[in-house]
Every structure is written in structure tokens, then in C-alpha cells.
Ligand binder design. Structure first.
Ligand SMILES: *[C@@H]1O[C@H](CO)[C@@H](O)[C@H](O)[C@H]1NC(C)=O
Ligand SMILES: *[C@@H]1O[C@H](CO)[C@@H](O)[C@H](O)[C@H]1NC(C)=O
Length: 395
């Protein structure tokens, strides 16, 4: 049973998805005006089709200059959107935002909110099974723009064996930054976050990109679970990576990704991010991006969310190893009142020995050491935050 001790799987149960709504900072005594500023998006609709002398960024600065009296507007401009639609992101106060929203040519002004990762279900779920026919030649001209946390270019899912050069219509770039090389499968890369490359550090972007267009990779599994073939719906399609997210993403970065993806000439955009709240379309970065994509005939595929239908599912837990026998499950607090979270030194080894212990604790402080040293054969961590609930194997 030694192996069991070395393979404790920490499962974090998903509770409520808490949407992070960034509210305008409230004035506090002593707070300077700059402390009350946050990033707002000023959305200005389509770019003018006539007037070659129109330069979006100077227009944006002139709008901003009218509200940041006596100071240089350039210092407050975060970025301009000027390739596929018109608008900008700026660090301003809610009063300044309110003033801008009354100006001509401005459609909406809204705080840049935080978006969270969503994940889609398999193609089988929507009826496209592995033997569904697709045309390899037609497909290899299709460019799918993936707006997410980047990509892991060396993954087998994105190997370019058998791919010819990028389609001639492609206008994008490989600007993936440090330690990032494109190939004939990943034909473009750009990033907008604080990392120095379009490389995916958390896996979500590689996952969603492989669902859309990953090569077929045989015999894969998640630490031995869910064994099978991984495959995208369009394995011969090309991928253009846009990375607005590291741990999370902001509206202002997501809009920059749409601005580029549309102008670069992708055929389809896939985005599995969302805020978990409803808002009017003119204040919704994904809706604005998808609208201007559609104007150019580009379809946007957007995840619906991770909320499910609010029903409780009852089932068996999963693990990646064979359990030799059955073990009782006990709650940390059964052994000691202070042991609910399985904190150091609180578990009574006489009680937990030979049991699987349920600990009321988040993944971030996953308490393996304590149940292990107290003689438990396993531990389950009960997390409360669906955002960073994850699977975890020890060691
Ligand atoms: C377009 O926006 C980018 C990014 O903010 C900026 O660097 C560039 O100067 C802008 N170009 C024009 C013509 O406004
Ligand atoms: C998990 O989520 C909580 C609440 O959003 C946050 O405070 C914490 O930093 C997150 N932990 C990690 C490892 O991301």
C-alpha cells in the first residue's frame, strides 16, 4: 500500500463560480484622483470608411485630453483599437468616463472587467464523432484564431508534419515573443498580457486550441484517466494564437486580440472566456469583438460557461490508480474540531489511520503532508473556489 501514500489525489469540489465584477473605486479621504482611476474601455463602433487622413490614435488622445485637463493624455492611454474597429482603453476615473460617454462618436464607456476561463465539452457531446467526414484539402485553408492563454507549440497536437505553407490570404505574424517558434500548423501568434511570450503556462489555451484544430494524438490520458485519442474537429486547419490571458484576462486585452485577429484574416475565432454575468452588448468585450468579426464574415464560437444547469450530480470519484480494497472516508472534524481543514498538527493519528480524510480546505493549501504523516491512506480537499480548483497528484 506504499504506492497509495505516494499517489494521493487531491480533488477540489467545485462550488460557486464567483464572478469578479470590478466596481468603480470609491472615493476615500486622502485618496488622490489617480488612485480612483481604473482601466475603462471607450468603444466607438466601426472605423470610418472614408477619410484617409483619419488617424484613430490622435482622435483617441484628443478625446482623452478633454477630460484629463492640464495633464498629458498620452500618459493615461492604455491602448488604441484601430485595425478592425474603433475605440481605446484608458486609465481614467468614473467621472471622466461619464464625461467621455456623452461625447459624440462614443458608443459606450465601461470598466475593463476580468474574464475567466471556460472549457468546452467534447465533439461527441454535440454529435461530431470521430468518424464524421471532413475535407483535408478544404480544411487546410481554414485559419482558426484562438483567443486564450496562449499555446504550447511543441505539443503533438500542433505538430506540422504534412502541412504545406500558410494559406496565401494570411496577413498575420508570428510575434510570439521569447522562446516561441511558429510552424505550418501554428501560423501566427501575438500576446497582450504581462508574459514575454505567447507560450501557454496554464494549459487552457492549448486545450481549447486542440479541441478546435488539434491533430489526432493517439493513446492520451490524464494521469491514466479518460484514456483515448485526443483530436480537434478540424485537425488540418491552421491555428493563429492570440494570448490576452495569463491567470485571467481583462476586457481591454481581449478586445486587442479581436482587433488583430479580424485584421490578420482568420476565418473563425474561438474564445472560451467569460465574465459570468450578463451585460448590455455595448458593454461586453466579447460581444463587441464578435460583432465586428461577423461584419467581416468571421464566425465567433464562444463558450456558454461552466455553470451547468444547477443540478447536483451524484457519482463516483475518479482517481488514476487502482484502489486495493475499500477505505472509510472520514471528515477532518471527526477527529478534532480544529482539524476541519487538516491543518498542521491537528489530525489525531489514532482516528485517521487507514482512512481517507476529507479536509475543508482549498487547493492552494492542499494539506497532503498532514493526513500522510498522521497515517491516512488518502485525502480529499474540499475547495470553495471553482476558478482555481484543479487536479493534483502528490508527489
Ligand atoms: C493603433 O494602435 C496601436 C496600439 O495602441 C498604436 O501603437 C498605433 O500607433 C495606432 N495607429 C493609429 C494609426 O492610430
Ligand atoms: C484561488 O482563488 C482565490 C479567490 O479568487 C485567490 O485568492 C487565490 O489567490 C487563488 N489561488 C491561486 C493559486 O490561483
Amino acid at each position: 500500500m506504499q504506492w497509495l501514500l505516494h499517489h494521493l489525489v487531491c480533488l477540489s469540489l467545485q462550488y460557486i463560480f464567483s464572478a469578479l465584477v470590478v466596481a468603480a473605486a470609491s472615493s476615500q479621504p486622502g485618496a488622490t484622483d489617480d488612485d480612483n482611476k481604473q482601466v475603462y474601455i471607450v468603444y466607438m463602433g466601426s472605423l470610418p470608411t472614408t477619410g484617409s487622413e483619419y488617424t484613430p490614435q490622435s482622435h483617441h488622445i484628443s478625446i482623452l485630453q478633454q477630460v484629463v485637463e492640464g495633464r498629458s493624455a498620452v500618459d493615461f492611454l492604455v491602448r488604441s483599437y484601430n485595425r478592425s474597429f474603433n475605440g481605446f482603453a484608458a486609465r481614467i476615473s468614473s467621472d471622466e468616463g461619464h464625461k467621455i460617454s456623452g461625447m459624440s462618436k462614443v458608443v459606450s464607456v465601461f470598466p475593463s472587467k476580468t474574464l475567466h476561463f471556460h472549457t468546452t465539452r467534447s465533439w461527441d457531446f454535440i454529435g461530431f464523432t470521430e468518424d464524421t467526414k471532413s475535407s483535408r484539402t478544404g480544411e487546410s485553408d481554414v485559419i482558426i484564431g484562438v483567443i486564450d492563454s496562449g499555446i504550447w507549440p511543441e505539443s503533438e497536437s500542433f505538430c506540422d508534419q504534412g502541412f504545406g505553407p500558410p494559406p496565401q490570404k494570411w496577413k498575420g505574424q508570428c510575434a510570439g515573443g521569447e522562446n516561441f517558434i511558429c510552424n505550418n500548423k501554428i501560423i501566427g501568434a501575438r500576446f497582450y498580457d504581462n508574459d514575454r511570450s505567447a507560450r501557454d503556462n496554464i494549459g487552457h489555451g492549448s486545450h481549447t486550441a486542440s479541441i478546435a484544430a488539434g491533430n489526432k494524438v493517439s493513446r492520451v490520458s490524464f494521469y491514466g484517466m479518460a484514456k483515448g485519442n485526443a483530436r480537434g474537429r478540424a485537425p488540418s486547419a491552421r491555428i493563429a494564437v492570440y494570448k490576452p490571458c495569463d491567470d485571467s484576462c481583462s476586457d481591454q486585452q481581449v478586445l486587442a486580440a479581436f482587433d488583430d485577429a479580424i485584421a490578420d484574416g482568420v476565418d473563425i475565432i474561438t474564445i472560451s472566456l467569460g465574465g459570468g454575468y450578463h451585460q448590455p452588448f455595448e458593454n461586453d468585450a466579447v460581444a463587441i469583438g464578435a460583432f465586428h468579426a461577423m461584419e467581416k464574415g468571421i464566425l465567433t464560437v464562444h463558450s456558454a460557461g461552466n455553470f451547468g444547469n444547477e443540478k447536483t450530480l451524484v457519482g463516483l470519484g475518479v482517481n488514476s490508480f487502482v484502489m486495493s480494497g475499500k477505505f472509510p472516508l472520514i471528515f477532518g472534524s471527526d477527529s478534532d474540531k480544529c482539524a476541519r481543514t487538516c491543518s498542521d498538527g491537528y489530525l489525531d493519528s489514532k482516528i485517521v489511520k487507514g482512512n481517507i480524510v476529507l479536509c475543508e480546505s482549498d487547493m492552494t493549501t492542499c494539506p497532503f503532508d498532514e493526513p500522510l504523516s498522521a497515517g491516512a491512506v488518502g485525502a480529499i480537499a474540499l475547495g470553495t473556489n471553482a476558478d482555481n480548483s484543479t487536479s493534483y497528484i502528490d508527489p
